[in-house]
Write a protein of this length. Structure first.
Length: 311
């Protein structure tokens, strides 16, 4: 009962928060976000969209930098402790500038003045009210769309399903769940709906050397993860022919030296440890492991619906 009371209070807080108006800046802003607490694959999609926009005009990615210690432009030397794990991972995956900070209006203004940025991709921006959004792209996990249907703290929803109405484009990720379309259309009749999925591409080691996916076929694998949707990662390893045992940590987990030693002891009974690229930036080379590199696949026509926004 106390949790349901907290859910009611949370819903009221969301309602007031959604009344806020964002600040208009002299650049276009495309938001990538979701309704739930994680696991929709925002990071890969943010990179893909930013690189698409960069082909025509200078673009930058704005991120909160969750649990990072500083703000500003992310540099090659920055670790996840400085800027957060997702910006640190994005930096090694793309040449598009990445800026972190709670005040994303401030970071955007700096980028406009110093980097001449014309377009921004706002990572995890569906709930952000600091900036006026030109286009809202809502991601929904096809494997676990809305959890048990409750808001935090009783469920995984950050907002009620009625907030789907704010989306300009909807992307169902990870699983081609066509059954979701009926639910989406109850709240949003206009937004085009697309599907995306991930295809394993390769494995890399701690020194970024590439290996074939067949490397783990018929191997006993310790599947190490600290992500929001570990089941999807583990299933991909099984499809590659590995015999796995999951070892799960919370999303964004900062692996301590004690954790590393415990993982090493656990790994003694396995052929290899395999983890995610997001975990790689937090392991900091302290553990011999392979990391799964994935390729994002999006339905044809998706990028044609990203507006040619006028500044």
């Amino acid at each position: 009962m106390p949790l349901y009371f907290l859910e009611i209070l949370y819903k009221l807080g969301v309602s007031f928060h959604n009344l806020k108006k964002g600040r208009k800046i002299p650049a276009s802003v495309i938001s990538i976000g979701n309704l739930t607490t994680g696991g929709t694959g925002k990071t890969e999609i943010a990179i893909k969209i930013a690189e698409y926009l960069e082909e025509s005009e200078k673009c930058a990615i704005l991120s909160r930098g969750y649990k990072g210690k500083r703000e500003g432009l992310v540099g090659q030397e920055d670790s996840f402790l400085d800027v957060g794990d997702e910006p640190a991972m994005m930096k090694i995956r793309t040449n598009v500038p990445i800026l972190v900070g709670k005040d994303r209006v401030k970071q955007a203004k700096w980028a406009i003045e110093n980097l001449r940025v014309k377009r921004f991709v706002l990572d995890d921006g569906f709930q952000y009210r600091g900036l006026e959004i030109d286009q809202n792209i809502l991601l929904i996990n096809g494997n676990n769309p809305f959890g048990n249907g409750h808001l935090l703290p009783c469920g995984i929803l950050r907002e009620p399903l009625s907030s789907i109405k704010r989306a300009d484009i909807i992307l169902i990720t990870k699983k081609r769940n066509t059954g979701l379309i009926e639910t989406i259309r109850r709240f949003n009749q206009k937004a085009p709906i697309f599907f995306s999925s991930y295809k394993p591409k390769a494995l890399i080691d701690t020194k970024d050397r590439y290996m074939r996916l067949e490397t783990i076929k018929n191997k006993r694998v310790l599947a190490l993860s600290g992500v929001a949707d570990p089941a999807y990662f583990e299933e991909e390893l099984k499809l590659l022919g590995a015999s796995i045992e999951p070892l799960r940590f919370p999303d964004h987990h900062p692996f301590s030296e004690k954790d590393i030693e415990a993982i090493k002891r656990k790994a003694e009974g396995f052929d290899v440890v395999v983890s995610t690229l997001k975990d790689k930036v937090r392991l900091l080379g302290r553990l011999e492991a392979l990391f799964l590199v994935i390729e994002l696949m999006i339905d044809d026509g998706f990028f044609e619906h990203i507006k040619e926004l006028q500044i």
